[in-house]
Design a protein around this ligand. Structure first.
Ligand code: Z5A
Length: 209
């Protein structure tokens, strides 16, 4: 039986990476072998694309160029890491995946969402995450949590950009409530972890009855 594919999504600083560690520990406590990875990234090529985009020394990038770079990194990531791990029965926990392209390049940058969804279908036809934890909080909450660090290519955007990203994520969650679970990420970490834990437990019951 193939492993489960779990993704973490949300706007900047909302707590995805923190949550990912918690999910990994929860699965490890249940003796489930995991592979933890991220997008863009997860392979040598993907990390190069990630660094090149995030460092932001490239001048203006169109929404379409950004989108295609994300999918180029993703196609390689799927071939090299995600599909082999799932086929070997390992669970993959990925910090961002295609929903991020719909939210950032579609919502934030206003690239055509229909086109992005057709790329998604072309690049990973037949494979969608089994569970997506969407950490959601007002944009200001996330930006406040990361205020001390130097902003990257995306973090230099204005508040309206992040508001569009958040709205696009919430629209995806309304369209796919079975897969995407929205978690209020504004409360304390203890509270957020307890909500995440409830979703992971329910998912374990569904995926490995
Ligand atoms: N991107 C894209 O545009 N299109 C795509 O298709 C994909 C990605 C796949 C990747 O960076 C960038 O690429 C991303 C979108 C774009 N934009 N940016 N920038 P990333 O995923 O590495 O970057 P990020 O989303 O900005 O990650 P982050 O800033 O590290 O945020 P986070 O992972 O959500 O947060 P965190 O590191 O877990 O927590 C931030 C701080 O808050 C930290 O000090 C925690 O201890 C603290 N924290 C966490 N939870 C709480 C609670 N509940 N209370 C208080 N404090 C908390």
């Amino acid at each position: 039986m193939r492993g489960a594919f779990i993704t973490l999504e949300g706007t900047e600083g909302v707590g995805k990476t923190t949550c990912l560690d918690f999910v990994r520990e929860s699965l490890s406590a249940a003796d489930i072998p995991t592979v933890v990875t991220r997008e863009p990234g997860g392979t040598e090529l993907g990390e190069k694309i990630r660094n090149w985009i995030l460092e932001g020394n490239h001048g203006e990038l169109s929404a379409e160029t950004e989108t295609l770079l994300m999918f180029a990194a993703r196609a390689f990531h799927l071939d090299e890491v995600i599909r082999p791990a799932l086929a070997a029965g390992r669970w993959v926990i990925c910090d961002r995946f295609s929903d991020a392209t719909v939210a950032y390049q579609g919502g934030g940058r206003r690239a055509d969402k229909g086109w992005i969804k057709s790329l998604r279908a072309a690049v990973h036809a037949g494979l969608e995450p089994d569970l997506t934890l969407l950490l959601d909080a007002p944009v200001e909450v996330g930006l406040h949590r990361i205020r001390a660090r130097a902003p990257d290519h995306f973090e230099r955007e204005n508040r309206d950009f992040f508001a569009r990203v958040r709205a696009a994520y919430l629209e995806l969650a309304r369209d796919e409530p079975h897969r995407i679970k929205v978690i209020d990420a504004a409360p304390s970490l203890t509270e957020v972890n307890s909500r995440v834990s409830a979703h992971v437990t329910a998912f374990l019951g569904r995926f490995c009855p």
